[in-house]
Design a binder for this molecule. Structure first.
Ligand code: UDP
Length: 252
């Protein structure tokens, strides 16, 4: 097979040209980063687990009629997705106060919110992804009012689905981030969930013990991130068979 052309390398994934002009191959790396890449590590097998977990969530969303870019998983680390024009806004949905919202507003971590709260962050690492309002998004041309309304409705549907999936495995969905992209059909555009949905971009707390089952384990040095992701994948029923999370190793 000819070597594929790399389109972009991000913190946790590499994007390659897909077999058709409207597809992309997403390769999941083992790299973990936090605090805008100020903290970095390689977590053996993380890419394999996130590939499986993102496949699981995206497949479920497609099945219940929430459009996503996901087409199919290709192998342990890669999935085929539709090429989209990513809207430069991270969409965060919160069910329980935590993280930056707790800090900014002085609301104790763990406080249940009376309704899901949606926030938009402008995707720009050099600015540290600042929180923005709908007014900013419209004024600076990142999204129209109609886009934003549709993004909110998509995000709430993803939230309902993910809350249910997590409740089924004894986990509380505290908050999560999604990215949304445009797909063009002639003159029409559709918005779809893009990027990935994985414990890298969610806060997940065990309902019984409040144990953290997400990237905060890495951010706050709470334990072995690989073990935690493997536990989550096992609960979800998507744990890859045997020790296939890492490739062959050279013998010294
Ligand atoms: N999040 C993410 N990528 C980012 C920022 C946030 O995936 O660049 C996720 C994060 O894992 C959490 C949610 O979005 O599930 C809300 O994050 P928050 O704003 O509280 O920021 P943090 O405390 O993670 O810096």
């Amino acid at each position: 097979m000819p070597r594929r052309r790399m389109i972009y390398e991000g913190k946790a994934k590499i994007l390659y040209e897909g077999p058709d002009p409207d597809t992309i191959v997403q390769y999941f790396k083992d790299d973990a980063t936090a605090f805008n890449a100020a903290k970095k590590a390689v977590i053996d097998g993380k890419g394999v687990l996130n590939n499986r977990m993102s496949e699981h969530f995206m497949t479920g969303l497609n099945l219940i009629g929430v459009p996503t870019h996901f087409i199919k998983r290709l192998n342990m680390r890669e999935q085929l997705v539709r090429k989209v024009e990513v809207i430069p806004l991270e969409v965060v949905v919160r069910n329980v106060a935590a993280g930056s919202m707790s800090k900014r507003l002085g609301i104790a971590e763990g406080t249940s919110l009376p309704r899901p709260i949606i926030e938009f962050y402008y995707k720009d690492d050099s600015l540290n992804d600042p929180l923005v309002t709908e007014e900013h998004a419209i004024a600076f041309g990142w999204a129209s009012q109609q886009d934003l309304d549709e993004m909110i409705s998509l995000a709430l549907r993803v939230n309902d689905f993910m809350c249910g999936v997590m409740y089924g495995i004894g986990v509380k969905l505290v908050d999560f981030k999604i990215e949304i992209g445009r797909i063009f059909d002639g003159d029409f555009q559709r918005l779809v969930v893009a990027d990935e949905i994985s414990p890298d971009s969610c806060r997940l707390w065990d309902i019984e013990t409040s144990k953290k089952l997400d990237k905060d384990v890495f951010r706050q040095d709470l334990g072995d991130l690989g073990d935690v992701y493997a536990e989550l994948a096992t609960r979800l029923g998507v744990m890859p068979k045997k020790s296939s999370t890492s490739g062959p190793k050279l013998v010294d």
